[in-house]
Design a protein around this ligand. Structure first.
Ligand SMILES: C[S@@+](CC[C@H](N)C(=O)[O-])C[C@H]1O[C@@H](n2cnc3c(N)ncnc32)[C@H](O)[C@@H]1O
Length: 209
């Protein structure tokens, strides 16, 4: 099995296990993030459905999740909330949706976990409609030297336990994909990033060539 597939399989097993034991928890960042979704919305790595209560009424929500256990829990939670969400098991790096299908794509603490985060962002861009928005909440590499040193020391442990990268910079991937950053905010010594980016309209892309 190629190294990338082995790591994805390890992550699936970790989140099958963690979903059964980790408490759902509340997060002000998640409620900020999800409240901005509109229209046809995809959450990538939706986990056990912790974010579901934060979505506005009237959106059409789809979710993709690597862990079958987490996905079943999210499905149950959606039913309890009376939400008509379309949730399926799958891989963020090979999204089972057609091009330009969604108005909003949401990443909530997930790019830190996906081994090939670059392909996951490229896939998000593929399934976004021109003018659609990418919403992201993530813990990232801090610009504060002391905090970054702590992140560097802690990363081998978080990688082993949760496949959790602490030193990533999703902003670089988003800029590389020519998404337009609409809002960017860093909190907690630059450790937590909130970002809204939009996919250029087709005519903007044509002019840029
Ligand atoms: C830290 S959890 C966040 C879950 C959820 N977004 C939340 O905020 O509660 C990361 C999730 O990403 C999922 N994940 C990791 N790699 C993935 C991949 N390649 N495709 C889809 N989901 C993935 C994990 O199974 C896990 O549920």
């Amino acid at each position: 099995m190629p190294e990338h597939d082995r790591e994805t399989e390890r992550i699936r097993r970790i989140y099958d296990r963690r979903s059964r034991t980790a408490p759902p928890g509340r997060d002000a960042g998640c409620s900020w993030l999800c409240a901005q979704a509109g229209g046809d919305t995809l959450e990538v790595g939706i986990g056990s459905g912790r974010t579901l209560p934060y979505y506005p009424q009237g959106i059409r929500l789809s979710g993709i999740e690597l862990s079958g256990v987490a996905m079943q829990m999210a499905t149950r939670r959606a039913a309890e909330l009376g939400m008509d969400a379309s949730l399926r098991q799958g891989d963020a790096t090979a999204l089972p949706y057609p091009n330009e299908h969604f108005d909003t794509v949401v990443f909530c603490y997930v790019l830190c976990t996906i081994p090939d985060d670059r392909t996951a962002v490229a896939e998000a861009l593929r399934v976004l409609r021109p003018g659609g928005r990418l919403l992201l909440l993530e813990h990232v590499r801090s610009p504060n030297q002391l905090v970054r040193t702590i992140e560097r020391l802690a990363e081998p442990i978080t990688m082993w336990r949760m496949a959790d990268h602490l030193l990533r910079e999703p902003l670089e991937l988003i800029i590389a994909e020519d998404l337009e950053v609409v809002m960017l905010e860093r909190r907690m010594f630059g450790l937590v990033e909130r970002l809204v980016a939009s996919k250029p309209e087709a005519e903007d892309l044509a002019q840029a060539v």
